[in-house]
Design a protein around this ligand. Structure first.
Ligand code: ADP
Length: 503
C-alpha cells in the first residue's frame, strides 16, 4: 500500500515537473477523446489560447481559434487525415487568441487506434511567436542587407572609374564592369589571378614589375598613386591615374587593397600639348623680341644720324617726322620688352612666400608720390594682410592697378584712390577703387586682353599690356580679376588670391 502511494506521489511530482517545463517552453497539451467526444486542454494550452483555466473547449470551438484562412483549412485537413489514416502531423498555425490578438504556434498531433478505429487524438500547441518574430527580423535584415549590397554593386559596376578588390598578396577578388569591359574581358579572365598577370598590365614587363612592387608597399599600409599606361581592347593603350588604397582592420593590419583607376588620357594629352605650346611660345617671343629689336635699333640710329648730319637743311616738319619715327621706335621697343616680360610669367618660376601687402603698397605709393601730388589725388588705404604669393608678381599687380588709377584720374574732379581688402574663408579679395574717367561696361572684358587699349591714341605710357599681365599673375595665384565701372563714375578693380597656395 505504502509503495503504491509512493508511486502515485512520485508520478504526481513528475507530472507537475513536466507541466512546469512545458510552461517554460510554452508547450501546452491537448487531447480529443473521440469515444466520449470530449476535449482536454492543459493550463498552458489554455494560456496560449488566452482563455481562463475554467474554460472547457469543444472540437468546433477549438478549431474556431485557428485563423480562418489557409491556416485553419490546413490544420483541419491534417486533423481529419490523422483520424482517418493515423498519420501524425506537425505544422505552424496562426491562432487568434480570445482577445483577438494573433499568435504563431506549432501544432502537433498523434493518434491512438483500436480495432482499426481512431479513439483518441492528442498532441501539443507551442507558442513560437518569439521564434517567428526572430525569423521575420532576420529575413527583414537579410533583405535590407541584400538591397544595400545590390545598391553598392550597382554603384561599383556603373562607376566610370575602374575599381576592384585585392587580397594583400595581390590576388584580384573583384573588378567592376567598367574595368572588365574596357579591356574586352570577362570576370573569369581576371578574378582569382595575380593582379599584375591580368591583361591591363601586360603592356610591358616593367609595368607589371612596378605594379607588383607597389602592391607589396600597399600591403604594408602605404597609399600609392601614380600615372600609368595600361592595355585596353585590341592592343589600344590609355593612361590612367592609378591608386592602391590599403584597407586596415582595428589592429592596423591590411586585410584588403582597393585598386582604382581613372582615365586621364585627355588630360595627359592636353598637358603635353600645353607644355609644347608654352615652350614654343616662349622660344617664339624670345626670338621675335630679339629679332625685332635689331631693326628698331637701326631705325633709331639712322634717324639720329639724319638729324645730326642734315640738321641745317631740315625744316621743322622734317624734324617733327624724325621725332615721331624715333618716338614710335622707342614705344615699339618698350612694347617688345613688355611682351617678353609677359611671356616670361610662367608657373615654373613661381616662388611662393609671405608677402606683406601693407608695406608693398606703401612702397608703390611712395614711388608714385610725385604724380599723386601733381594730380592732387587723395589716397586711402585700409590695413592690408600678409598673404602667400610670389612677391615679384604681387608687386607688379598692385603697381599696374595703382598706376592705372593714377593715370586715368578725372582731371575735372577731386581725385581719390582707395585700396582695401576683405577676407573670405579661402581667399583674399582686394579692391583698388578710383573716381577716375571710368570704363564703359562693353570694354570690361576686353581691357584684360593683350595690347587692348580703349583709346588707341592714349598717352605714350600706355601700351595696353598692364591688365593682361595682372590677369596672368592673378591666374598663376589661382585667383580672379574683374572690374566694376561705368563711364564717368570711376572704377573698382577687384582681384582674389587663394589663402593657401603651393608653388
Ligand atoms: P595701359 O594702361 O597701358 O593702356 P592696361 O592694360 O593697364 O594698359 O589697361 C588697358 C585699358 O584699360 C587702358 O588703356 C584704359 O583704357 C583702361 N583702364 C585701365 N585701368 C583704368 C582705370 N583705372 N580707369 C579707367 N580706365 C582704365
Amino acid at each position: 500500500m505504502n509503495s503504491i502511494s509512493n508511486d502515485i506521489s512520485r508520478l504526481q511530482k513528475l507530472n507537475s515537473l513536466f507541466e512546469e517545463s512545458n510552461k517554460a517552453a510554452k508547450i501546452g497539451v491537448w487531447e480529443v477523446d473521440l469515444i466520449n467526444d470530449t476535449v482536454f486542454w492543459s493550463s498552458t494550452t489554455k494560456k496560449i489560447h488566452g482563455v481562463s483555466d475554467d474554460y472547457t473547449p469543444n472540437i468546433k470551438e477549438a478549431f474556431d481559434f485557428i485563423k480562418k484562412d489557409e491556416n485553419q483549412d490546413r490544420l483541419i485537413a491534417l486533423f481529419n487525415e490523422a483520424i482517418k489514416n493515423g498519420k501524425a502531423y506537425e505544422t505552424d498555425v496562426k491562432l487568434i487568441k480570445k482577445d483577438g490578438s494573433e499568435l504563431w504556434t506549432k501544432a502537433k498531433g498523434t493518434t491512438e487506434f483500436k480495432d482499426n478505429k481512431c479513439i483518441r487524438i492528442y498532441g501539443t500547441f507551442q507558442d513560437i511567436q518569439e521564434q517567428k518574430d526572430r525569423e521575420a527580423a532576420l529575413i527583414k535584415a537579410q533583405n535590407e542587407l541584400a538591397e544595400i549590397a545590390g545598391k553598392f554593386k550597382g554603384i561599383f559596376n556603373s562607376a566610370f572609374q575602374f575599381i576592384g578588390f585585392l587580397t594583400p598578396d595581390g590576388t584580384l577578388t573583384e573588378a567592376n564592369e567598367s574595368a572588365i569591359s574596357f579591356a574586352g574581358l570577362t570576370p573569369e579572365d581576371v578574378i582569382g589571378k595575380k593582379f599584375w598577370d591580368c591583361h591591363w598590365w601586360k603592356i610591358s614587363k616593367a609595368t607589371q614589375e612596378e605594379l607588383k612592387k607597389n602592391i607589396e608597399r600597399a600591403a604594408k599600409g602605404e597609399f600609392i598613386q601614380y600615372e600609368v599606361e595600361i592595355l585596353g581592347k585590341e592592343g589600344a593603350t590609355t593612361t590612367i591615374l592609378f591608386n592602391l588604397k590599403p584597407l586596415k582592420n582595428d589592429n592596423n593590419e591590411v586585410y584588403s587593397i582597393i585598386p582604382e583607376g581613372r582615365l586621364i588620357q585627355d588630360i595627359v594629352d592636353t598637358r603635353k600639348e600645353l607644355i609644347n605650346k608654352n615652350n614654343e611660345l616662349s622660344q617664339f617671343s624670345t626670338i621675335v623680341s630679339h629679332d625685332l629689336k635689331e631693326p628698331l635699333r637701326m631705325i633709331n640710329q639712322f634717324m639720329q644720324k639724319i638729324d645730326l648730319k642734315y640738321a641745317g637743311s631740315l625744316d621743322d616738319k622734317a624734324r617733327k617726322y624724325i621725332y615721331y619715327a624715333v618716338d614710335g621706335a622707342k614705344r615699339m621697343s618698350k612694347m617688345i620688352d613688355e611682351l617678353l616680360n609677359y611671356s616670361k610669367l610662367t608657373e615654373k618660376d613661381k616662388i611662393i612666400e609671405l608677402v606683406h601687402t601693407n608695406s608693398l603698397v606703401y612702397e608703390i605709393l611712395k614711388g608714385s608720390e610725385q604724380l599723386i601730388l601733381e594730380k592732387n589725388i587723395t589716397v586711402e588705404k585700409t590695413d592690408l594682410p600678409d598673404i602667400n604669393g610670389n612677391i615679384t608678381g604681387i608687386k607688379v599687380l598692385f603697381n599696374n592697378l595703382i598706376n592705372n588709377a593714377i593715370k586715368y584720374a578725372d582731371p575735372s574732379k577731386l581725385a581719390f584712390i582707395k585700396i582695401s581688402c576683405i577676407s573670405h574663408p579661402a581667399e583674399w579679395e582686394f579692391c583698388i577703387e578710383d573716381n577716375g574717367i571710368g570704363i564703359d561696361p562693353e570694354n570690361h572684358q576686353k581691357i584684360f586682353d593683350l595690347f587692348y587699349k580703349i583709346n588707341k591714341y592714349q598717352d605714350e605710357n600706355s601700351s595696353g599690356i598692364g591688365l593682361a599681365i595682372c590677369k596672368k599673375i592673378v591666374s598663376l595665384h589661382k585667383g580672379n580679376i574683374w572690374v566694376e565701372s561705368d563711364l564717368g563714375t570711376g572704377s573698382k578693380f577687384y582681384f582674389t588670391i587663394k589663402k593657401s597656395i603651393h608653388a
